[in-house]
Ligand binder design. Structure first.
Ligand code: SF4
Length: 280
């Protein structure tokens, strides 16, 4: 079997930065100190388990902490989480991805200028919850077309989009939103890493017989890669987390297989999977 890795795959700039920042902090701390991460640092169970062994404990709520260091992961958090952490005197290690920070700033400034903020994205995703928290939780979250009905009596609208949405979804939904409101400013805030990964996955899926998409089952950007590959290879796209998940029986019949990986997938997992596939 011949295996081709997509031109862009694996750790993105923001995740790489969050991991590096965390390791720098771990090296600073004395051995007994624990660093807390507000939610799993990245959407990859293997990496999160490894970090836990090294002293990074995942907590779900800032209220659980009274002292120590807390990492804000690349998805970012609402403004009031920062305020609470400051009030408690916690040491804040801010690993918010600069691309996410930019959206938070757009939401905040436009909200202060009187715009209603529309976030195209998944309302349950921490990045979207975080962005909403920078405009007083007043944003309208539009995940699909039917959510557009939520826009009633709005004069000025500012549209932003979750960094990991597909360009296609953004274009479709933002166009419909524009038809509803008189004054609209829109920002395509899908990050470059996402665009590159999606385009590379799409191109590769057209070239090969089957696609392997590596990444956490709960990872939004990985799921988008799966959707893109499935559009081209509906019956031969396989989403896996680790080498053990490879459907070896089903893969035997293919001669040319493509591999891509979400932004939270470390190189060693990609390498292990490519090696296993190459041996078929
Ligand atoms: S996917 Fe983009 S926005 Fe998200 S952490 Fe990576 S670089 Fe930052």
């Amino acid at each position: 079997m011949k295996v081709i890795l997509a031109d862009y795959s694996g750790f993105c700039f923001g995740v790489e930065k969050a991991i590096t920042t965390t390791f720098e902090e771990l090296n600073k701390e004395s051995k007994n100190d624990i660093i807390y991460s507000l939610g799993p640092l990245i959407h990859n169970d293997q990496v999160v388990e490894d970090l836990e062994k090294k002293g990074v404990k995942v907590i779900e709520d800032i209220e659980m902490l009274e002292e120590g260091s807390v990492i804000i992961r690349s998805h970012g958090v609402p403004q009031n989480t920062f305020n609470t952490a400051k009030e408690k005197g916690l040491n804040i290690i801010n690993a918010t991805c600069p691309f996410v920070k930019r959206i938070q700033n757009i939401a905040k400034t436009h909200h202060e200028e009187g715009y209603t903020i529309a976030i195209i994205g998944n309302p349950k995703h921490p990045e979207v919850i975080g962005i909403n928290g920078w405009c007083d939780n007043k944003a309208i979250i539009v995940e699909e077309e039917k959510d557009i009905e939520k826009l009633q009596n709005i004069d000025r609208l500012c549209i932003v989009v979750q960094t990991t949405m597909s360009v296609e979804q953004y274009e479709e939904i933002s166009k419909k939103l524009e038809e509803q409101v008189k004054e609209v400013v829109k920002y395509n805030t899908i990050c470059l890493a996402t665009k590159e990964r999606q385009a590379a996955a799409e191109n590769l899926a057209k070239e090969v017989e089957a696609m392997i998409v590596i990444g956490g089952y709960h990872s939004s950007n990985t799921q988008k890669l799966v959707d893109i590959c499935k559009k081209i290879r509906p019956y031969s796209t396989f989403h896996i987390e680790t080498a053990e998940d490879l459907p070896m029986d089903l893969l035997q019949k293919y001669q040319l297989v493509g591999v891509t990986a979400g932004a939270s997938t470390p190189k060693w997992i990609i390498k292990e999977i490519i090696n296993k596939l190459s041996n078929i």
